[in-house]
Structure formats: C-alpha cells, structure tokens
Design a protein. Sequence first.
Length: 327
Amino acid sequence: MENVFDYEDIQLIPAKCVVNSRSECDTTVTLGGHKFKLPVVPANMQTIIDEKIAVYLAENGYFYIMHRFQPETRISFIKDMNSRGLITSISVGVKEEEYDFIRQLAEEQLSPDFITIDIAHGHSNAVINMIKHIKAHLSKSFVIAGNVGTPEAVRELENAGADATKVGIGPGKVCITKIKTGFGTGGWQLAALRWCAKAATKPIIADGGIRTHGDIAKSVRFGASMVMIGSLFAGHEESPGQTIEKDGKLVKEYFGSASEFQKGEKKNVEGKKMYVEHKGALQDTLTEMEQDLQSSISYAGGTSIEAIRHVDYVVVKNSIFNGDKVF
Ligand SMILES: NC(=O)C1=CN([C@@H]2O[C@H](COP(=O)(O)OP(=O)(O)OC[C@H]3O[C@@H](n4cnc5c(N)ncnc54)[C@H](OP(=O)(O)O)[C@@H]3O)[C@@H](O)[C@H]2O)C=CC1
Ligand SMILES: Nc1nc2c(ncn2[C@@H]2O[C@H](COP(=O)(O)O)[C@@H](O)[C@H]2O)c(=O)[nH]1
C-alpha cells in the first residue's frame, strides 16, 4: 500500500457555493431503505448506547445500533421498539448461542430491520457463516458485517450476503489492538477506507478514529455511506456509565468492548478505559454535527451529501492542526 494517510493529513478543497444559507444543505442519508438525518451512528458500545438512547435516536430520525453486551434483553428490546413503531437495530456475535438466538427470532417472527455482526476480526469464516445463517432465517434483515480493513475482506463478506460492511480495525480511541497485536488500520484508517471502498459494491460504514466533525465529511469523501463514532458520543448527560469528579471537573467513563471492564476478566484484552469530559446533552452534539455537515456540503459546492463525494483534496502530512489542540 502506497500513499497512506489519516484524517489529520487531509484537507478537502472548496468548490463554488450554490446555496444562500447552509440551512439549505441536506444531510440525510438512506441505508437499508430507511432515511436518517445524519450519516452517523453512535458506536454499539455499552458506554455509548442503551435502550433509552436507542429510543431517542429512533424517535428523532437518527440511525442507531444497540450493543450486544446484555444478550438476554435483546428480545424484549425488539418487542418494545416494535410496539412503539420504531426501527429495530441490534448486534450479534458469532458464538454458538448466537445461532440459537437468530433461530429464536425467526420462530417468534421478530425480524429486526438491521442486524450488525460485531466482531474484532470480521474477515473470518465465523462471520461468513453467521451472515449466511441470518440470511437463511431472517432474509428481510439488513446485515452489517465487520470489522474489516482490506478489500478482500469486503468482497468476501459482501459475497456471503452482507448488505454493508464496517471498516476499521484498531483506530478507536479506547483501542489497544494496534499496540497489543501490531495489526490494524490505526494511523491510516482513512486510506484503508478508500482502499476498501474501491472494492465495495454495497455501503461501507467507517468505524473508529473520528475525532472532529470534519472527519465525517472526509469519511464520506473517501467512500463511507455512514460513520460509526464512539468517543465523540461518550460523556453526555444521557450516556451510560459512571460520572466522577476529577481535578474539579466532571468526567464520564468510556471503555472498550474488548476491555477488562467489559469482559470482566483479563483475557485477550484489546481495549482500555478512559474518562472523557462531561459534554452536556446528546442532542446538542447531534445538532452541531448536522450544522457542521451542512457547512461541509456548502464548501463542497452542493446541496446534499453526494456533493462531498466528488471534491478534490490535498495531503498535508500531519500538519493541518499546526500544533493546535482541537477540543
Ligand atoms: N474495531 C476494532 O478494532 C475492535 C473491536 N473490538 C470489539 O470488542 C468486542 C469483542 O470482540 P471479539 O473479541 O471479536 O468478540 P467475542 O469476544 O464475542 O469473540 C468472538 C469470537 O471470535 C473469536 N475471536 C476473537 N478475536 C479473534 C481473532 N483475532 N482471531 C480469531 N478468533 C477471534 C473469539 O474466540 P477467542 O476469544 O477464544 O479467541 C470468539 O469465539 C466487539 O464489540 C468488537 O467490536 C475488539 C477489538 C478490535
Ligand atoms: N480495538 C478495540 N476497538 C474497540 C474496542 N471497543 C470498541 N472499539 C472500536 O472503536 C470504535 C469507536 O472508536 P472511536 O475512535 O470513535 O472512539 C467502536 O465503534 C469499535 O469499532 C476495544 O475494546 N478494542
């Protein structure tokens, strides 16, 4: 692979503006036949989403993916969302009991709108077999499979029946995969996204490494239909997890799904725990993201997300922040 780069190495080049106000720019996106307000989904992690946030997001037109770390609650979650007329979007793993779970959903005629297979190393027979199992039992569910970091993996999962693939191994804020294993897309996630997107025939979700709202536009430019974000969504009033006071400031915990805190044991740990600044209301962040993306669209010289996909860019190796701290 030549010409690797990451989010902070890239600047998109402005094109002539065609709107009189940024409010004319449309940030909506369609995935799996459903229209969402933003091409953004909060990470399916236990300190990022819970049932209450899922309901809020679905009721307000945002995409969500519920995590899989309280497996016994998934059926009642689906029934509750169905009773409210809301989109159902859950996660599964690949262990034997997950096969039974999919069979149970089919028997109870509970077909989630979206099922995400959430595995660290998604380029595997374990994921391919699970995609086929879901498609055999719940043919109407839109299957998102991951995580992967190569075009070969994208092709194989798409060929197995995945409706979308999720790209990103190791770029996450609480990820230590790159340090513990030496593998992944950490440090070159945006280039990996472009590499994968060239092979993809179905939507790609870019997962991990987004540190600023501008990184959402950059992801779209390099082939993402949607981005998954953890750290920017951590620390809100509504976020699950403990709030504590540190050096006179309120902070909230954010931990990796493969951390010791999540697993309850020190085995194959590839995630850590950190504290992030308390950020206020979730909706304020969503609103700011929408405004910033509207502005991105205006700089792209268009009126919709599509305009961003075609802009030129320059590589300014590690220099765009010029030593400035972003947040
Ligand atoms: N996006 C990312 O960079 C990463 C994300 N994560 C997140 O952490 C959570 C836990 O992930 P994961 O450990 O996959 O889930 P699980 O603990 O549910 O493991 C799933 C299955 O895959 C096996 N497995 C896990 N890693 C590997 C590997 N590298 N090679 C072969 N088999 C493997 C496990 O067996 P065994 O444990 O016995 O090996 C298990 O049978 C997920 O939410 C995932 O998204 C974790 C790491 C990286
Ligand atoms: N290597 C690990 N990656 C993890 C773990 N838990 C979650 N994740 C991934 O991170 C993103 C969120 O990234 P962020 O940069 O936006 O904070 C998440 O969607 C997962 O793909 C983990 O324990 N280890």
